[in-house]
Design a protein around this ligand. Structure first.
Ligand code: TYM
Length: 408
């Protein structure tokens, strides 16, 4: 496997990422656009220096795995990548890689936007039959939010139940809280330090926009999110084998991994490969992402059927026309209609989705009707999730967090 050398330009390009000419801001903590259409993802690919997922890659994906691609890939909702061809080459030649993803436990309730990268990761785990590590950055949330260490750590285990409920295979999945794991695994801590020694304050300022008044914990943190990309951080899983990793996430997390890819060759490690998802937008419209700290912007995994119904009816931004007559004549705009946008993520049936798009665009389907379809799509997804979560015992939770060999 070739380890290409990251060009220095790539990191420099990222320095301009935080604010482009149109006012789009995309970083791990802020996602906003001034445009009615929302984030310009094509431009983002250029500024971040990643690659678009094109038909050629999708065709190869299907050929190599022998399975149809996930609807998120088919619909361009997982839209960008770094070195996915390398991963497919490895799979083709019978070589193993591992998956790495994570969650910052800032609140007890995750929202349906968070489901996206995890559902996609589960599919990747099944299709490629590979081990997975999931990092819970309770340390990050302690540093960034008004949370005590104890509370951030408690939320990590609460969120883990939601993650496990998505259906990960316990024999192939290791979940860890940074607060607990760093002290238990010297190899992980050593990798963090090696990374910290290679990245200057100037570089993290450029990549993450840190300023002089940011606390030093924040400045050092990116190395902690970078370290799980390297198999030597988990000797109890990988032994001495050097194995590359693939990281599925939404594109807000990419700055961490641009930094990681820059340091990896200097440490003799593989650069992590990435698959980037779009953001599930806020209920209020495509200008910002669904956020756990804005309760009316999101549908939570803890919401009741009634709350889902009320939130969608009251807050989901409509691409419909102001009057019934105008709507019948001019039709709705699916590009900005939040109900349609959510259905693209959560309704798997392609034919039904296309019918809805065509009927809403022609004016046959009204705003109230498309909202009803969304409500009826989300309610069972969340209800079934809650049922699976309720069945997770403390023993099962512990099993996922236990340092052990994985089956692969
Ligand atoms: P966090 O908790 O903000 O988000 C967890 C995962 O969900 C994605 N995400 C979204 N995806 C679609 N639509 C949205 N509206 C939306 N909001 C968030 C995030 O991109 C992420 O994939 N620092 C990280 C935790 C982390 C991590 C990782 C994430 C540690 N290591 C490796 C991905 C990969 C965080 O706070 O994620």
């Amino acid at each position: 496997m070739s380890v290409e050398v990251e060009n220095v330009e790539n990191l420099k390009i990222s320095e301009k990422v935080d604010k482009d000419d149109d006012g789009d801001v995309v970083d791990p903590w802020n996602v906003t656009s001034k445009s009615d259409k929302g984030i310009d993802y094509e431009k983002l690919i250029k500024r971040f220096g990643s690659s678009p997922i094109d038909t050629e890659l999708l065709t190869r994906f299907e050929k190599v795995t022998g399975k149809p691609v996930h609807h998120l890939l088919r619909r361009g909702l997982v839209f960008s990548h770094r070195d996915m061809h390398t991963i497919l080459n490895m799979h083709e030649t019978g070589k193993k890689f591992f998956l790495y993803t994570g969650r910052g436990p800032s609140s007890g309730a995750m929202h349906v936007g968070h489901l996206i990268p995890f559902q996609f990761t589960k599919w990747l785990q099944e299709v490629f039959d590979v081990p997975l590590v999931i990092q819970l950055t309770d340390d990050e949330k302690f540093l960034w939010k008004d949370l005590s260490l104890e509370e951030a750590n408690r939320l990590a285990y609460e969120n883990a139940k939601d993650i496990i409920a998505i259906g990960f295979d316990v024999n192939k999945t290791f979940i860890f809280s940074d607060l607990d794991f760093i002290g238990q695994c010297p190899e992980f801590h050593r990798n963090i330090l090696k990374i910290q020694k290679l990245v200057t304050f100037n570089q993290v300022k450029g990549i993450f926009g840190f300023g002089d008044s940011d606390v030093i914990g924040k400045i050092a943190f990116p190395a902690i999110q970078a370290a799980p990309s390297f198999s030597s951080s988990f000797p109890f899983i990988f032994g001495n084998a050097k194995i590359p990793c693939l990281i599925p996430c939404a594109i807000d997390q990419d700055p961490y991994f641009r930094m990681t890819r820059d340091v990896a060759p200097r440490l003799g490690f593989f650069k992590p490969c990435l698959l980037h998802a779009l953001f599930v937008p806020a209920l209020q419209g495509p200008q910002t992402k669904m956020s756990a700290s804005e309760s009316n912007s999101a549908i939570f995994l803890t919401d009741t059927p009634k709350q889902i119904k009320n939130k969608v009816n009251k807050h989901a931004f409509s691409g419909g026309q102001p009057t019934l007559e105008e709507h019948r004549e001019l039709g709705g705009n699916c590009n900005v209609d939040i109900s349609y946008q959510y259905l693209r993520f959560f309704l798997e049936d392609d034919e039904r989705l296309e019918q809805i798009r065509s009927d809403y665009t022609s004016g046959k389907l009204l705003t109230g009707e498309i909202k009803k379809i969304l409500i009826e799509t989300l309610q069972p997804i969340i209800h079934e999730h809650q049922e699976r979560r309720a069945k997770i015992t403390e023993d099962k939770l512990k099993e996922f967090f236990t340092k052990r060999k994985l089956n692969f």
